[in-house]
Design a protein around this ligand. Structure first.
Ligand SMILES: C[S@@+](CC[C@H](N)C(=O)[O-])C[C@H]1O[C@@H](n2cnc3c(N)ncnc32)[C@H](O)[C@@H]1O
Length: 240
């Protein structure tokens, strides 16, 4: 059966458009400004899988000239409504051919690859990112660690899905985002570190830095496992 993108759903888009950086999400975004400052040498950015524009607005607030791109029409419509001055493009089947070679200093993707099912689809997209990057450009891929699907978190729950622990690379895993009004489980695709590294290698990209943010006791969140287990992985990639 074909994988269904949970985000191509109008009710989910409504819930997602209200989402900012609650709970565990705070940890996903907390260290990005420092990573961008360290690795990105210019301002032209692509936000691949921009959803309702949260991650694109984040880039714009940091001074990037960011283009958001997504396959879900309702998400792109909401991104444009929230941020009329922003640049949001609806792309079909992840087709990035409209963007010129070497046109971005930064290609950012926040959580998009949690929903892209096959190795072939991943390699095709990362090969495109390598084409789109300037020679000194960086791709930053923020994804859920496999552990995300095994434990409980400040704003995610997986306790009803013990079968997640048996999942192998490419298998579907279920997770509930408790920060959303819509508590239906989302279906993600498990993709461990070693398998990501093989995809990057096959796509003409090299790993420059891997960051796994942990929560700190003095932060104003009720961390559950976040201080000892990293829920997110942030890969900084460069062209080979
Ligand atoms: C979890 S949402 C994240 C949205 C946004 N980056 C954020 O942080 O709020 C993932 C988004 O990736 C999009 N997506 C999934 N597959 C895609 C593809 N092949 N090409 C472009 N976007 C895709 C989905 O439609 C969804 O809006």
């Amino acid at each position: 059966m074909a994988f269904r993108n949970s985000y191509e759903d109008d009710a989910y888009a409504v819930a997602y458009a209200k989402l900012e950086f609650p709970g565990t999400y705070y940890l996903a975004f907390r260290d990005l400004p420092g990573l961008f400052a360290k690795h990105a040498t210019g301002r032209q950015a692509l936000d691949f899988g921009c959803g309702a524009g949260r991650s694109t607005r984040f880039l714009r607030n940091l001074g990037f000239e960011a283009v958001g791109a997504d396959i879900a029409e309702e998400m792109v419509r909401r991104a444009r409504t929230i941020d009329p001055a922003g640049d949001y493009r609806l792309i079909e089947h992840g087709d990035l051919s409209r963007f010129a070679d070497g046109s971005f200093d930064l290609v950012f993707s926040a959580f998009t690859f949690d929903n892209i099912p096959t190795r072939a689809a991943k390699v095709r997209l990362f090969t495109e990112f390598a084409r789109l990057l300037k020679p000194t450009g960086r791709m930053v891929n923020l994804i859920s660690a496999p552990e995300m699907y095994y434990y409980e978190w400040a704003s995610f729950s997986t306790k009803d899905f013990p079968e997640n622990r048996q999942a192998k690379c490419g298998d579907e895993v279920l997770i509930i985002n408790t920060a959303l009004d819509d508590h239906r489980p989302a279906t993600d695709i498990l993709w461990p570190d070693q398998d990501y590294r093989e995809v990057y290698d096959s796509s003409g990209l090299r790993v420059v830095e891997v960051h796994r943010p942990l929560g700190r006791a003095d932060e104003p969140y009720e961390w559950v496992n976040e201080t000892t287990i990293a829920p997110w992985v942030i890969y900084v990639l460069g062209r080979l």
